[in-house]
Design a protein around this ligand. Structure first.
Ligand code: PMP
Length: 435
């Protein structure tokens, strides 16, 4: 059981204050600043397995896991060894390697819709590039996305977005030209009729619908029955492309993506996080005749100095090898179910109105009664209560994402004991915030 003795954060505090004098807001990605929950942001020293230590020596059980990238936990020995070995052979060549081909083949075997693949270095690059390609291929300009969805920080994706924008209450980012923002159409998640209305209003002008097949950036919201199949049918009928943004769901739910689980074939797919084993890798891919419009075969330009980086490819290959072990996902699912069930029980015992959403090893505890099927419902969650819950958990040695609008990630490195510890901390934390 985690200790409730007050933790010391003096070194973290000093480091964060020093960082604030040079890094914007003391961070390199906004949510890390703990803006929505307050308190001293975590300044990390090291991590191993499911544990992460701050510079004050406090240990936490980590359910952020680098925002879902680390499905095998921190510093997985095989991945660390592969990276170390590769580092001796060179860290970047700016030329093709067999490693890129090997990882791409592994992705294709798991996701047959990826007839051709292009590696990039971040999820943002993958989604931006997929949309550029969709616009070029259809010769149309509008895209449809969903309120509360997050597809990285590309200019076209910053309206009514989830993740950090939801956390900070930024409805639309300045700096995006109005003319471009107007080409992004937003619909409520899980609302097929709304998408149909957009197609009716913008006939023959919508290039693509981009969707997180399981929403995980407004908290976790699974698709309702028929939603994804409906999007597939609607996009086909209207000559638009369907882009599955599987940056979070890729290799998170099963060895493949949400498309594998739901049996739906998108035209284009974006991947990131897990496929890089904790190094900066993402990818986009899809039907051959579409992808072959990308340079050098076609005129749609997209490139990257570090794309297909060999260190990152080695980490990705090693990760996928481990994920393909029989029973890997069943074990993860069982632990996540155990955690979700005990959170539900703890809510009910504490008499707190809440809803635990789970899709495989993605979880969110919303402080609002279910069902939560779209961003409007997610936003009803009591974020002040979440902030108190977050700090009670942190005090008990459990690190959650510092935002209501993110997922909790269970990794293979979390043992049954770890899950029991988190469940006990959850019970105590909910009791502590009930008042
Ligand atoms: N798409 C989704 C679904 C994401 O969750 C994220 C990041 N959390 C991105 C795209 C952007 O990826 P990155 O942060 O690597 O740019």
């Amino acid at each position: 059981m985690g200790t409730t003795a007050k933790k010391q954060h003096s070194r973290s505090q000093r480091a964060f204050e020093r960082g604030r004098e040079i890094l914007v807001g003391g961070v390199n990605s906004p949510v890390r600043a703990f803006g929505a929950v307050g308190g001293v942001p975590l300044v990390v020293d090291r991590a191993q397995g499911a544990q992460i230590w701050d510079v004050d020596g406090n240990a936490y059980l980590d359910f952020v896991c680098s925002w879902g990238a680390l499905i095998l936990g921190h510093a997985c020995p095989e991945i660390a060894a592969a990276i170390a070995d590769q580092a001796k052979r060179g860290t970047s060549y700016g030329m093709t390697t067999e490693l890129e081909i090997e990882l791409a083949e592994m992705l294709q075997r798991a996701l047959p819709s990826l007839e051709r693949v292009r590696f990039v270095s971040s999820g943002t690059e993958a989604t931006m590039s997929a949309v550029r390609l969709a616009r070029a291929a259809t010769r149309r300009d509008f895209i449809v996305k969903f309120e509360g969805g997050y597809h990285g920080h590309g200019d076209s994706f910053l309206t009514k977005a989830g993740s950090g924008l939801a956390t900070l209450g930024i409805a639309a980012s300045p700096g995006v030209p109005q003319a471009l923002a107007e080409l992004t159409l937003d619909a409520p998640y899980n609302d097929l009729a709304a998408v149909e209305r957009l197609f009716a209003k913008h006939a023959n002008a919508i290039a693509a619908v981009i969707v997180e097949p399981i929403a995980a950036n407004m908290g976790v919201i699974p698709p309702v029955e028929g939603f994804l199949a409906g999007l597939r049918e609607l996009t086909r009928r209207h000559g638009a492309l369907l882009i599955f943004d599987e940056v979070i769901t890729g290799f998170r739910l099963c060895f493949g993506g949400a498309q594998t689980l739901f049996g739906i074939e998108p035209d284009l797919t974006t991947l990131g996080k897990i496929i890089g084993g904790g190094l900066p890798v993402a990818a986009y891919g899809g039907r051959r005749e579409l992808m072959e419009q990308v340079a050098p075969l076609g005129p749609v330009y997209q490139a990257g100095t570090l794309s297909g980086n060999p260190l990152a490819m080695r980490a990705g290959i090693e990760t996928l090898k481990q994920l393909s072990a029989p029973g890997f996902y069943d074990a993860l699912d069982r632990k996540a179910a155990m955690l979700a069930d005990s959170m539900r029980q703890a809510l009910s015992d504490a008499g707190i109105e809440g809803h635990v959403a789970r899709a495989a090893s993605l979880l969110t505890l919303f402080f609002t009664a279910g069902p939560v099927e779209d961003y409007a419902a997610a936003k009803k969650s009591d974020t002040h209560l979440f902030a108190s819950f977050f700090h009670e958990m942190l005090q008990r040695g459990i690190l959650l994402a510092p935002s209501q609008f993110e997922a909790l990630f269970v990794s293979a490195a979390h043992s049954d004991d770890d899950v029991r510890r988190a469940a006990a901390a959850c019970r105590e934390s909910l009791a502590a915030i009930r008042s």
